[in-house]
Ligand binder design. Structure first.
Ligand code: GSH
Length: 244
């Protein structure tokens, strides 16, 4: 059996894409939570999470990792040969709009107090998962860490130009609704982009962030999300507990 190691931060929207691909494929993997201040020392490769290692090979960049996983573990395929272009285009939209929206929602400013609370919540999660490497003061200051992290600042600056958080949310939900039928990119079956989009909705809910249920107001998206949840949650249950 191949040995899989997943280097991650529990709060990373990019890492969430990889996590749910691993879950969907029902793979057994070891998780290594990386300290965000020691990325270079703790990662086997590169300086950003996620990184995935399979036996002696490592990959970085969430989409590349997931495509590689799909090739290495072809059961339950996620990228049909005839849909490669549609998948690539939709993935581009996810990277340019949906993931930046995830950062927008937790970006702390004096006008976005929900973002301050959410940022603080993220700090608590990082503290828990990195096993005592952080003091409580660092957690308290986490909103400032997020606010001034160069890669987040850059994402925030770009997405802010497109309007308020609620406006960008509506734009995203409209785009998703148009693409559904029954799965995204109007496909009959699940593809990798369903998992990527699902991960962006599921992560804030899993972390208990404020305002993370906004997408449930759209019945079409809610139905799809619940269908995805059934597909993924069933996979996390030990086989003996599955209800046949
Ligand atoms: N394009 C990369 C982006 C990964 C990324 O930005 N990860 C963030 C965590 S959410 C990170 O490690 N940032 C540290 C840094 O850039 O210094 C991917 O898709 O995996």
């Amino acid at each position: 059996m191949k040995k899989i190691t997943f280097y991650t931060m529990e709060t990373s929207p990019y890492a969430a894409k990889v996590y749910y691909c691993l879950i969907y494929k029902q793979l057994i993997f070891e998780t290594v939570y990386v300290n965000p201040f020691k990325m270079k020392q703790q990662l086997p490769f590169g300086k950003q999470v996620p990184v995935l290692t399979i036996d002696d090979k490592s990959f970085a960049n969430s989409t590349d990792i997931c495509l590689w996983l799909d090739e290495e573990f072809p059961d339950k395929p996620l990228v049909p040969a005839n849909l490669k272009k549609q998948v690539a285009d939709f993935d581009h939209w996810i990277s340019e709009t949906l993931i930046p929206l995830s950062f927008y929602s937790v970006y702390p400013t004096t006008r976005n107090l929900t973002g301050v609370y959410n940022a603080w919540k993220l700090g608590r999660t990082v503290k828990k998962t990195t096993q005592g490497e952080f003091s409580s003061t660092v957690v308290l200051l986490w909103p400032l860490v997020l606010r001034y992290a160069p890669f987040i600042k850059k994402i925030y600056k770009n997405i802010k130009k497109r309007g308020s958080i609620s406006k960008v949310r509506e734009i995203c939900l409209d785009h998703l609704e148009k693409s559904l039928g029954p799965f995204l990119i109007k496909n009959e079956h699940i593809t990798i982009v369903d998992i990527f989009v699902y991960s962006q909705f599921a992560l804030p809910r899993k972390l208990g962030l404020l305002d993370s249920n906004y997408f449930l107001n759209r019945p079409k998206i809610r139905d799809w999300y619940q269908k995805m949840e059934r597909l993924l949650v069933e996979n996390t249950m030990p086989k003996s507990q599955n209800i046949v």
